[in-house]
Design a protein around this ligand. Structure first.
Ligand code: GLY
Length: 461
């Protein structure tokens, strides 16, 4: 974890923003996989990590904005625990690591909340996303656990988002470390991308790299020669020449900051001219979007610019036609790129998504579109220095979607359905990088991972 003063300063800033009441942060507990003692890989809650840093199950943090006092609730281990887990620091020792001097056993938490509620004090909490946390909150507040999300504090959500959205230098350095790990994952995947290799072999190898070098993957690895399925988690195919392998994978550092990179590699390491046609369009869309990234421009405008670039490229190949601006305004390009250009990234790979995407990426003035494609854009607001975003354009040939639009004659003024068949074997191509918004422009984070045709062909040799 960072030094204790980092957490003290973060809590002081939250106190200044919130002014009054209390805030309860429930850390994650272990989650059973198939029987109670056989648990999933443990992942602490990111808000708890941000304000208290303790990466262990079974803790809660309570901030009293009026008295200025913070408290950690948790249980010291007993002899049974020591026998199975070895000696552990006391709760007091752990709390000091994040600058908290007051502690109490977990059993006292309900009492503290009850006392605050009886005095009609406001107890803020963030939307729970795990069943266990919903149950704990439901039990503490004597409410239906299923309703706890709706009772979360909008003021606390907004205050936390305003803080976590802006990354400081030490956070950026962690994110760059996570990209270093992703470099190894992706270059390994490229070298293994040969006919006859099973996707599962590559998947397992790069997941192993994430575990060996950091805190594991930042989300379940997407790796497939069927890249037209945007989040393809099935890894059962054998690689065949003529196909392209989409690898969308990132790592967490030991402090849980993420990376999220996508590369697309031709099986066998050499692009055919058909593959190159589409690849170069996506690559140019990626690089032009990165070049244009700067404070003040909105992620929605950058997304639309990327959609226009993609449309121009597809028109040159004869896959699209008509007026580019009109095609993009109508949403015709979404046949080929039905997702948003990117999302915020930090302690969560989709940063703070648990707090509610519309609080992060939209506001009272900027509303989410309901147009197919644009509706999936996770963030539409202007960039600010300190934001970290993914830039991830993609071009896909989704047979079911193409079939449906074609049968409806949808956007026939913008789409040449007869030309699409030739490109169906491409499946999907996505190219994703991670970018920091700086005062003057942007910085492409991490060691550059091969992405031009030449760079990929060279590493695959
Ligand atoms: N890279 C996976 C995602 O953004 O959902």
């Amino acid at each position: 974890m960072f030094k204790s003063d980092v957490y003290v300063k973060r809590r002081d800033e939250l106190r200044r923003k919130m002014k009054t009441g209390l805030a309860l942060f429930i850390g994650n507990i272990e989650s059973p996989m198939n029987y109670p003692a056989n648990t999933y890989h443990y992942r602490q809650d990111s808000d708890f990590l941000y304000f208290f840093g303790l990466d262990l199950p079974g803790f809660a943090g309570l901030m009293d904005f009026d008295s200025g006092k913070d408290k950690i609730f948790g249980n010291d281990v007993d002899m049974d625990d020591i026998i199975w887990m070895g000696p552990q620091p006391t709760v007091k020792e752990l709390a000091l690591k994040c600058g908290v001097t007051s502690t109490a056993p977990l059993a006292k938490l309900e009492e503290s909340i009850k006392e605050a509620v009886s005095k009609r004090r406001n107890v803020h909490f963030l939307p729970p996303y795990r069943g266990e946390t919903k149950m704990t909150l439901g039990s503490i507040f004597k409410e239906n656990p299923c309703q706890m999300k709706t009772l979360a504090s909008t003021d606390l959500i907004k205050a936390v988002i305003s803080m976590r959205s802006i990354k400081d230098k030490s956070e950026i350095s962690e994110i760059e470390k996570a990209i270093e790990i992703a470099y190894d994952m992706h270059t390994t995947a490229m070298k293994m991308c040969k006919p006859g290799v099973k996707e599962q072999d590559i998947f397992g190898t790069i997941e192993g790299i994430a575990l060996a070098k950091g805190g594991g993957t930042s989300f379940p690895v997407i790796l497939s020669i069927n890249g037209q399925t945007l989040h393809n988690h099935a890894h059962g195919n054998i690689l065949q020449k003529g196909k392209m392998m989409v690898t969308d994978a990132g790592a967490e550092t030991n402090m849980h900051y993420s990376s999220d990179i996508t590369r697309t590699t031709p099986v066998g390491g050499k692009f055919s001219s058909l593959q190159k046609d589409i690849y170069e369009i996506v690559l140019q869309t990626n690089t032009e979007a990165i070049k244009a990234t700067r404070p003040g421009i909105s992620n929605r405008d950058l997304h639309l610019m990327a959609c226009k670039n993609m449309t121009i490229g597809l028109k040159e190949l004869g896959l699209m036609k008509g007026n580019t601006d009109e095609a993009v305004a109508a949403g015709a390009h979404a046949l080929f790129m039905p997702h948003g250009l990117g999302h915020m990234m930090g302690l969560d790979v989709h940063d703070m998504e648990a707090l509610g995407e519309n609080y992060i990426g939209y506001d009272t003035e900027v509303k989410r579109s309901d147009q197919f494609g644009l509706a999936f854009l996770r963030f539409a607001l202007p960039y600010k220095p300190g934001h970290v975003f993914t830039i991830e354009p993609g071009c896909y040939f989704i047979p079911e979607l193409i079939e449906m639009w074609k049968s409806e004659n949808r956007f026939k003024e913008f789409i040449n359905y007869s030309k699409i068949e030739k490109y169906m074997s491409i499946g999907g191509i996505r190219i994703e990088d991670n970018v920091l918004i700086t005062e003057k422009g942007h910085k492409l984070l991490g060691k550059p991972i091969p992405k031009t045709v030449k760079e990929i062909e060279t590493i695959c040799m």
